[in-house]
Design a protein around this ligand. Structure first.
Ligand code: GTP
Ligand code: MG
Length: 195
């Protein structure tokens, strides 16, 4: 798939702000700072379409990006950011739940994990939640440039094991810095949208 057109369509915190449920959506979930917004920029080949930041907690809203007028990529706010209050955490939970459980056009959620670390308890919880709703199946291991070619397979198998991935589940290493892995992910997105 070639992405010719990518624009921010809507920024939302609650369902009445979502765009019309007229085209399929694929969302990105993962802890703060894992590289969700960077991955969106990589896929769309746009440096600054989504704001990225070295300090976690950059994306605090549900951001809908319209791609090729065919589908949307939805950049979700990250979890596991220590510096937010309990009430903000509850707000995050409600915001995520409303979207993930109530969106009829949501096809799949791509779970992002950092290739260098075993997934956290929250990553596991998120993946189990996605599995429960049938939204699981594709994991992206981000920041693949941070490990050597030798370490890579070992890191990927730790992630697979910790998240309890089955043989059919896919894990795709990607580097937004080196611009690698995105073609494989684009192929997966294409298959999802056309199925
Ligand atoms: P929140 O919006 O806080 O949830 O974070 P996010 O998941 O959107 O992360 P973001 O894309 O803002 O990236 C966080 C930091 O990681 C930034 O400093 C990025 O430059 C860096 N980063 C993202 N992807 C990569 C990558 O593939 N390689 C390297 N080396 N750094 C990356
Ligand atoms: Mg972000």
């Amino acid at each position: 798939m070639i992405i010719k057109k990518a624009d921010i369509e809507t920024i939302a915190v609650k369902p009445n702000q979502y765009p019309e449920a007229d085209i399929p959506e694929i969302a990105f979930a993962g802890r703060s700072n894992v590289g969700k917004s960077s991955l969106l920029n990589l896929l769309t080949n746009r440096r600054n379409l989504a704001r990225t930041s070295g300090s976690p907690g950059k994306t605090r809203t549900i951001n809908f990006y319209r791609i090729n007028d065919q589908f949307r990529i939805v950049d979700l706010p990250g979890y596991g950011y220590a510096k937010i209050s309990k009430s903000q955490t509850e707000g995050w939970g409600q915001m995520m739940e409303s979207y993930l459980e109530g969106r009829p056009t949501l096809l799949k959620v791509i779970q992002l994990v950092d290739i260098r670390h075993a997934p956290s308890a929250q990553d596991v919880q998120m993946y189990e939640y996605l599995r429960h709703f049938g939204l699981d199946g594709i994991v992206v291991a981000t920041k693949a440039d941070k490990v050597s070619a030798n370490e890579k397979q070992k890191c990927l198998s730790v992630i697979k094991k910790t998240l309890g991935l089955s043989a059919e589940d896919k894990i795709i290493p990607v580097s937004a810095l080196k611009k690698t892995g995105y073609e494989t992910l684009l192929d997966e997105l294409e298959q999802l949208i056309e199925s």
